[in-house]
Design a protein. Structure first.
Length: 128
């Protein structure tokens, strides 16, 4: 029970919002991507605690069939009250609808959630 309470307390003090895909070429937010063009899957994080917090920013991308086509992460530490906007790059190879799910955990080996997950729908079409 103490472990669950600890996780709930962390969720109240570590914030994630505003998931978005960024087109590398134009440096603008997008939800439509061309095959073969790299994008960044980004979100805004903030450590609302008065102590540093290690984190793993994990992005899972699944196709329309629910098959994971990409799983990537970065790790780091946010100082007390620090905000940060990490991003993970992805280059789609096939057209279709994809869903990017963003997780923020204590570490890759410790899946204790620091925030609720966010999802982002991405439409991939043929090159122009």
């Amino acid at each position: 029970m103490k472990l669950m309470l600890f996780a709930l307390v962390l969720l109240a003090f570590f914030f994630i919002n505003t998931a978005h895909a960024i087109d590398i070429a134009s440096d603008s937010k997008t939800k439509t991507v061309e095959i073969g063009k790299q994008i960044q899957i980004a979100a805004d994080l903030k450590n609302g605690q008065d102590i540093p917090q290690n984190f793993a920013y994990i992005v899972q991308i699944q196709n329309e069939d629910g098959i994971t086509v990409s799983l990537s992460w970065i790790t780091g530490q946010l100082a007390a009250a620090q905000a940060f906007s990490p991003s993970i790059s992805w280059t789609p190879n096939e057209p279709g609808l994809y869903e990017a799910t963003i997780f923020v955990w204590e570490s890759v080996n410790n899946p204790a959630a620091l925030s609720p997950t966010l999802t982002l729908q991405i439409s991939v079409g043929p090159s122009a």
